[in-house]
Design a binder for this molecule. Structure first.
Ligand code: ATP
Length: 384
């Protein structure tokens, strides 16, 4: 195994389209780093550059401390797994697994030993004499992963290896992968557009958007401390609500106005770090999980009132789309089986903001400027 360093990597395709605009990241020895981002962000391009399947326009790739930027794919000693398993249909599972070892002229006895270890871990020992057409999609993918693992590669590159499997199998494979990564102690760079996959399996996530890195962080940190508006809204399901909020000042007291509610914020909150400006409009981010419904006649000070626009029931949870001053805000709550939710559409409804879980973004650059739970120390008060 080895570590991987990417320094200022850029790629412009023919015609000048810049798919990557100078990205830098490190994968430590035996670490699983996920490249996460929307379609077209540049994830696969990054992986292909690391693999040597595309040539970099600028930047450097180091594996185990050696500059491999100009090396051929073979010289880099990497193993790659794609979304579509590329097994040889005419070979048995055993021969598919043996293929990369035979290329390296490994003696037969060593090949058998290598394969038996990997087959046991992947629980495919009983399938070794079958051909790919006699396997399920999940079994085929396990063999494809096994074929990458039997090689003593320095780094494993995985491009959405389980994305085409059904939801149940994907869930099983997520757990299996985590175990495999631990058992094999492999250095992995893994491309995914599925945040659940990245959040559950990654040691660290590199969030990419439009060929640039938005943030690199451990999964929980990415959720708790998004550095940008993009990171805040990309991570989290349902996505974070974002609404305009203006800062106003009255008799030395500061308020954040949202719809019919205004949050009184501490002076420190305004002045700490980069000061917030009165009269300026910011973007306020509130996760649906951090909002809670309250009775319309509740006297709670942090109440926002609106009308139910739509309701989605999801077994144990319910998501309300609530219209507040022309904007729709989503609130997630646990389900009350005694209620007929479809009847609530069009009805007035109120919800409460938890001031400890609010994010404020700069409306122009989309940077995160404040995270209430880290800056207000519970001093924020909300006023209806
Ligand atoms: P997805 O999740 O859809 O696979 P991705 O993040 O992996 O997306 P890439 O495949 O890396 O995205 O593509 C990044 C951008 O580069 C896209 O806009 C894509 O159209 C463009 N691109 C990729 N390969 C080429 C190519 N060979 N020639 C020109 N443009 C390309």
């Amino acid at each position: 195994m080895a570590d991987l360093q990417i320094e200022n990597l850029a790629k412009a395709f023919k015609g000048g389209f810049a798919a990557l605009n100078g990205i830098s990241l490190d994968v430590a020895d035996r670490e699983a780093v996920f490249l996460l981002g929307p379609s077209g962000a540049g994830k696969t391009t990054t992986l292909r550059l690391v693999a040597g399947l595309e040539e970099a326009s600028a930047g450097r790739i180091m594996i185990g401390g050696r500059d491999v930027t100009r090396w051929t794919p073979r010289e880099r000693n990497l193993a790659m797994v794609y979304d579509k398993h590329s097994l040889f249909p005419h070979l048995t599972v055993f021969e598919n697994l043996a293929y990369p070892l035979r290329i390296r002229k490994m003696p037969d006895a060593d090949i058998r030993r290598h394969i038996s270890g990997v087959a046991e871990t992947l629980q495919i020992e009983k399938l070794l004499q079958r051909r790919p057409s006699q396997l399920s999609g999940g079994q085929q993918q396990r063999v494809a992963i096994g074929r990458a693992l039997v090689r003593d590669a320095d780094v494993f590159l995985l491009d959405e290896p389980i994305s085409h499997l059904d939801a149940q199998l994907r869930a099983r494979m997520r757990v299996e992968f985590k175990r495999l990564q631990r058992d094999f102690r492999a250095t992995m760079l893994y491309v995914s557009h599925d945040q659940l996959e990245a959040m559950t399996m990654a040691d660290r996530i590199v969030l990419i958007n439009k060929g640039r890195i938005e943030q690199i962080a451990a999964p929980q940190d990415l959720f708790d401390r998004p550095a940008t508006l993009f990171a805040a809204t990309f991570i989290g399901e349902p996505p974070m609500n974002v609404m305009q909020a203006a800062i106003s000042e009255m008799n030395g007291r500061y308020f954040l106005r949202i719809g019919n509610a205004s949050i009184e914020v501490d002076r420190d909150w305004i002045q700490d770090g980069e000061p917030l400006k009165t009269g300026e409009t910011y973007l306020l981010g509130l996760r649906p999980q951090h909002l809670s419904l309250c009775a319309a006649d509740s006297a709670h000070s942090c109440k926002v009132s609106g009308t139910v626009f739509a309701v989605e029931t999801l077994g144990s949870r319910v998501i309300f789309d609530i219209e507040v001053d022309g904007a729709v805000i989503r609130v997630m709550s646990s389900i009350d089986t005694a209620l007929n939710y479809s009847r609530t559409i069009g009805a007035p409804i109120s919800f409460r903001i938890d001031p400890d879980f609010a994010y404020l973004f700069d409306a122009g650059a989309g940077r995160t400027m404040r995270q209430a739970r880290f800056t207000t120390k519970g001093k924020t008060r909300l006023h209806a």
